[in-house]
Design a protein around this ligand. Structure first.
Ligand code: WQD
Length: 337
């Protein structure tokens, strides 16, 4: 079975390629290298011993997408990670996000709708829920007005897929990630540190390593037990495994709805201070931090109700916060050595 992974040299994409190969799938990666590097291929091979096919390609170029599918008309499934994902950047440069995250999706689906059948997995995000009213968050929680153009592209992407699957032979799964963190236990692949990290965990590990003076904790006046915001931090390997299971569900074609949505989290919320404590525990280091004002657009709390993924996919996150944090710290030390 041949699987196309777009954005397959990225953080979640590369970890998913490893798990696909571990399950015997043949993998083709498309990536435009805007937020990744071909070096990641070496890490994948170091783990699995198998070199995936890689084609540098920008999905915003419709002709390139068409030519790709002419050359590879035997793809059995597509996992679509390739997208811009920085919330703040999307506010500054919305058109970059609408072009990259929407046009590319449309060009991919235009190729898939021509096939007798197609299996499509979409990388979505819990950001579509905004600040959900009830915790833990189920897949039935209302999709709220997006807090950023990035979040809006995820909502629009889900709606496009839903409309298209109604009138084509494409079956789709929407995977709404909570907060992916950590790295493969081998430390051969991980989150590439490109620029100043916007996300909490890479900023923590860089601070721990001494690359950053201190962490700024964005607000301790939230209505939470310790005043800092709560998220559901899921190990990226658990997340990757969920993609393979979702793909196998599509390929098995049993009791499928045209579009199925799953929240991928641990089901446990952790505050910023709890994440800091976890880092200090696994690294043995004291993390310098200061409390500053809230970050514009941040929500108070988000953690997943994972019953549907547990019951329908038979998938459950295995790693604890400490294990995920330990893997992130191991990766930070490895790339700085
Ligand atoms: C987590 C918590 C911050 C940095 C975003 C996107 C989501 C996904 C993951 C792409 C928040 C706090 C952070 C820092 C801090 N992105 N924080 N100091 O905002 O929950 O989710 O990234 O797929 O779609 O919305 O993740 O890691 O940025 O923040 O205090 O230097 O850590 O305020 O409470 P977030 P995050």
């Amino acid at each position: 079975m041949k699987i196309l992974v777009t954005g397959g040299l990225g953080f979640i994409g590369s970890h998913t390629v490893v798990e696909l190969q571990n399950q015997g799938f043949e993998v083709i990666i498309i990536d435009n290298l805007s937020n990744s590097s071909e070096e990641v291929l070496k890490g994948i091979v170091a783990i699995t011993g198998k070199l995936p096919v890689f084609e540098k390609l920008d999905l915003r170029e419709k002709k390139s997408v068409q030519d790709f599918f002419k050359r590879h008309n035997d793809v059995d499934g597509v996992i679509h990670f390739a997208a811009s994902k920085a919330v703040g950047e999307s506010v500054e440069n919305p058109l970059l996000y609408y072009e990259n995250n929407i046009n590319a999706l449309v060009y991919l689906l235009q190729e898939l709708e021509q096939k007798p059948e197609a299996n499509f997995i979409f990388s979505s995000s819990c950001t579509v829920y905004g600040q959900a009213k009830t915790m833990p968050i189920t897949e039935n929680a209302p999709v709220q007005t997006a807090m950023s153009p990035y979040g809006n592209t995820k909502q629009i992407g889900e709606e496009i897929i839903s409309d298209v699957t109604k009138v084509t032979n494409i079956n789709a799964v929407l995977l709404r990630y909570f907060n992916p963190i950590g790295s493969h236990p081998s430390a051969e692949i991980g989150e590439l540190p490109l620029g100043v990290p916007q996300n909490l965990v890479p900023f923590i590990t860089q601070t721990g390593f001494g690359l950053r003076k201190e962490l700024s904790v964005y607000g301790d006046d939230y209505p939470t037990p310790d005043g800092t915001a709560i998220r559901d931090y899921i190990h990226v390997v658990d997340l990757a495994k969920a993609h393979v299971i979702a793909l196998q569900r599509l390929l098995n074609k049993k009791n499928l709805e045209k579009v199925e949505t799953f929240n991928l989290g641990t089901g446990t919320g952790s505050s910023v201070l709890e994440v800091i404590r976890s880092f200090e525990k696994v690294s043995g280091k004291k993390l310098p931090y200061k409390i500053v004002a809230r970050r514009e657009g941040d929500i108070t709390e988000a953690y997943a109700n994972t019953d549907k993924a547990n019951n329908v996919l038979g998938w459950k996150a295995q790693s604890t916060l400490d294990e995920a944090m330990a893997s992130a710290w191991k990766w930070e030390q490895k790339i700085r050595s």
